[in-house]
Ligand binder design. Structure first.
Ligand code: TYM
Length: 332
């Protein structure tokens, strides 16, 4: 069975609606056809300033949210990155075949380091994409479901896999990105020209999956819309309404056209009220499921330990092959 792998950083107290639509919905859909590995990249979360106690708590919250989103811990392997040391071990080897210039061209590094200035950004933030490449290649993943903002990192991963294979012999599966057009970029509700983002959006631009239902609904109702009044899907001229239509479609499974037809002749306000109710219901359910899972930490710990064990069973033979190809002497 082909393999799918993806991860989402535990860098906030909650994932947001962009993560849910752009990533988790695909993760859930793919777990039927693929052997699935979904993980929480806690090691990626320490590349910027952070609080250790908050990270630990957020990692549990993240795990609970993956399950609340519909990732099934029986069918899919759910684990925490730092519990599988092979990721970091492979990352080092990959860093040694990554060009400095190549790493410098990663736009996420440029965006994130522009906050502090490149001089005070950590080396970890700079090498972040090589750890991400290791996350993927260590499982010989065929497919990586992500949002549009991760495309460049997957491209780097493919290049590194091909380069290693070419230099040291066939070792890695070259993975394909799985980016679903139209939903791979959910926009900020207050500034629909920018993506919904935990690090860049203001509080009203982002619906957090753990927002209380009233707050979430209110954010949708107060979303910035566009001039004019016609409800039409036109991302270029009507980015606000188009973003709401995309969210509406993703959450209901109905095509955008059908929604446009339903609201024909109505005002933006009608669309927002209807969507606010859908989003309110979603976060009510999602929050309740997440909180129930968080109530039993011992159960979550056991689930993650089991996930790490299943993950290592795949990661460890890959690392062994890589070490052999790299010319490292085996313990005998
Ligand atoms: P992260 O944690 O920023 O985001 C998790 C996933 O959510 C997607 N996403 C969005 N999709 C649509 N609209 C948005 N506004 C939006 N914002 C975020 C992201 O594209 C991502 O799929 N580097 C990764 C985490 C990672 C990873 C990996 C992913 C580490 N190792 C290996 C895949 C494979 C990241 O920072 O995603």
């Amino acid at each position: 069975q082909p393999r799918v792998l993806s991860g989402a950083q535990p860098t906030a107290d909650s994932y947001h609606l962009g993560n849910y639509i752009g990533a988790f919905k695909q993760w859930v859909a793919l777990q039927d056809e693929f052997e699935a590995f979904y993980f929480i990249p806690d090691m990626h979360a320490i590349t910027v300033e952070y609080d250790p106690a908050a990270l630990r708590e957020r990692t549990y919250i993240a795990a609970a949210q993956l399950i609340a989103a519909g990732v099934d811990p029986e069918r899919s392997v759910i684990f925490v990155q730092s519990q599988v040391p092979e990721h970091a071990q492979l990352a080092w080897v990959l860093q040694c075949i990554t060009g400095f210039g190549e790493a410098s061209r990663m736009t996420q590094f440029k965006d994130k380091s522009s906050k502090t200035g490149a001089d005070s950004a950590s080396v970890g933030l700079f090498t972040y994409p090589t750890l991400m490449a290791a996350d993927i290649l260590i499982y010989q993943a065929d497919r990586v479901p992500v949002g549009e903002d991760q495309r460049q990192h997957i491209e780097l991963t493919r290049n590194l896999a091909q380069r290693f294979n070419h230099r040291f012999g066939e070792t890695f599966t070259v993975p394909e990105p799985h980016i679903v057009k139209d939903i791979a970029k959910i926009y900020d509700l207050q500034d629909p020209t920018g993506k919904m983002s935990k690090s860049f959006s203001g509080p009203n631009g982002v619906v957090n999956m753990l927002d209380d239902p009233k707050t979430a609904a209110k954010k949708i109702r107060s979303a910035v819309t566009d001039s004019g009044s016609e409800i039409r899907f036109d991302p270029e001229n009507k980015p606000g309404v188009s973003n709401l239509l995309t969210i509406f479609s993703a959450l209901t499974g109905r095509p955008v056209d059908a929604i446009v037809t339903e609201f024909d002749g109505q005002q933006y306000g009608h669309l927002k009220v209807a969507l606010a109710e859908i989003v309110g219901d979603l976060v009510r359910d999602f929050g309740a499921r997440t909180r129930a899972l968080l109530d039993d930490r011992a159960e979550l710990d056991a689930l993650l330990a089991r996930g790490a064990e299943r993950a290592r069973a795949v990661a460890s033979p890959t690392l062994e092959l890589v070490y052999e190809r790299s010319g490292f002497v085996k313990v005998r």
